[in-house]
Each structure stands twice: as structure tokens, then as C-alpha cells.
Ligand binder design. Structure first.
Ligand code: URA
Length: 265
């Protein structure tokens, strides 16, 4: 396989086609020209890593390092700083189509964090998570256990809207999930509520079935996690509201126990 093919297959493996086109547009063409002129190194020992380092050297957008091991934002220790460092993200093609980067909203010291899938049209328009129809239902769900949106923290796996609200691609999730993990690390919630399977599977790093995990207390890196139906799914399937109500009652019970424990200690 020649190097050009190797690069293409590597990038296609690593990224979705749209990303590949994006990367091609954003890299200077010198490296690819060198490949054609056979000046780029190509032999059987050419590895993914050497391809990456050659691509790195040929790129002309140094600030936004696609392959950096430890980006600057990963050192953030507060949400404001993290936001200011990642809000112009162009790691995946959704950066080109978004109107707004939807970081998250709510209490930066929240005990409870709700995590959805990705912004929709309203969220993209306003730059805030869960503000459309599903968001209004989420507000009611939160209020049903005597909490306010401003008590909790709400965000998504993806920070940018996928076109036509399609499901996030694996490549998009791969690029975006480190931002969510950093948010969790900063907020240190005591409870995480994964809204829907996309959110649950991203956090748990495995395929799961709603019937297997819904209503159960799951350990997520020593944080208690519950998985419940996504509010958009509830709009389509109102019969699932009862399950969500049970999940919320369980959350309220666990949260009250937690509050009681810290008062006693
Ligand atoms: N659906 C989501 O998963 N997140 C939003 O912010 C809005 C709708």
C-alpha cells in the first residue's frame, strides 16, 4: 500500500469522511505533494505514528493541535477557563457548521449532573443546552424532585449540533468526549444522570441495553450514575414517563441520604 493510501485509510479509520475532507482542506498540501514526488518516507516500517508526526509537521494550524498529547485546555481547573479555551474548537467538522458551541450550563459546583447527547437547533441557536422542547421537559423533570435547573449542571456529550440532529458519529464523540470528562473532573458531581443510551454508552464505554441498566445505580469512577430515558424519547413515548419518575424518585432519595450524611459528619 503506498503512503497516500495508508494515510487515507488511517484517516478514514480514525475519522469520518467529512473529517478527512476537513483535514485535507486544512493541512498544507506540501506533505501530500511530497508523497507524490516520493520524497516522503515510505517503507514497510511506516507506522501510524510516523504518519501522524509527518502530518503534524505539514499542518499549518499549529494552535489547534489535532494530535497533541496534552492540550493546554486539559490543564484547566475551572469551567470558565475551560470554556474560553475550547469554545472555538475545530477538532471535527461540526465546528464548521455550528452556530454556537454549547458548553453547558448550571451550577459549576453541582452535586448532580445531567448529560444528554448533543445540541439541537434551539440549543445551537442560543448556545445553551436543553432549551428546546426536550429541554422544557427536562426542566419539569428536574423540578419534579424539588430542584431547579440552576442547582444542577446540564451538558451534552457533543458540544456542537450534528446536521439534521443525526446521532453523533464515533469520530465526533472521540474528539468531543474529553471535554465532557474534563467538565466532570472539574465539577466533581456526586450523581450523574445519563439521558439516553448515547450518553450512557459514551460514559460506560460499552454497548448497553436500556432494559439492563435503567433504574440501577451504576458506579462511574466512584460517582453514582443513573441512566434514564432521554426527554426527546419521552416526547415520542410518553408511556416511559413512569420509568423516569421512578428514576427521579430514586435520585432524590439517594441525594437526600447524601445530604443527610454530610450534615451528620
Ligand atoms: N437533546 C440533547 O441531547 N441535548 C440538548 O441539549 C438538546 C436536546
Amino acid at each position: 500500500m503506498d503512503l497516500q493510501k495508508k494515510i487515507e485509510s488511517y484517516l478514514k479509520f480514525q475519522f469520518h469522511d467529512e473529517s478527512f475532507i476537513y483535514l485535507e482542506k486544512n493541512c498544507n498540501t506540501e506533505f501530500f505533494d511530497n508523497v507524490k514526488k516520493k520524497e516522503a518516507i515510505i517503507d514497510n516500517k511506516t507506522t501510524k505514528q510516523s504518519i501522524i508526526s509527518q502530518i503534524n509537521q505539514s499542518r499549518d494550524f499549529p494552535e489547534n493541535d489535532l494530535f497533541a498529547e496534552e492540550p493546554q485546555w486539559s490543564k484547566s481547573d475551572n469551567l470558565e477557563d475551560l470554556y474560553s479555551q475550547i469554545k472555538d474548537c475545530q477538532k471535527c467538522p461540526l465546528g464548521l457548521t455550528r452556530k454556537n458551541f454549547v458548553f453547558g450550563s448550571g451550577n459549576p459546583k453541582a452535586d448532580i449532573m445531567f448529560i444528554g447527547e448533543a445540541p439541537g437547533a434551539d440549543e445551537d441557536e442560543q448556545g445553551l443546552p436543553f432549551v428546546g422542547r426536550a429541554g422544557q421537559l427536562l426542566t419539569k423533570i428536574i423540578e419534579s424532585i424539588a430542584l431547579k435547573r440552576s442547582d444542577v449542571y446540564i451538558c451534552n456529550i457533543l458540544k456542537c449540533r450534528p446536521p439534521k440532529n443525526r446521532k453523533p458519529l464515533i469520530s465526533e464523540t472521540d474528539e468531543c468526549e474529553p471535554y465532557l470528562f474534563k467538565q466532570i473532573e472539574i465539577i466533581k458531581p456526586k450523581f450523574i444522570i445519563a439521558l439516553g443510551l448515547t450518553s450512557a454508552e459514551t460514559l460506560l464505554k460499552k454497548k448497553v441495553k436500556m432494559s439492563e441498566i435503567e433504574g440501577k445505580i451504576i458506579d462511574y469512577k466512584s460517582t453514582k450514575m443513573l441512566v434514564t430515558y432521554h426527554p426527546a424519547a419521552l416526547l415520542r413515548n410518553p408511556e416511559w414517563k413512569r420509568n423516569v419518575w421512578e428514576d427521579m424518585k430514586l435520585l432524590r432519595k439517594l441525594y437526600d441520604e447524601y445530604l443527610q450524611n454530610i450534615t451528620n459528619s
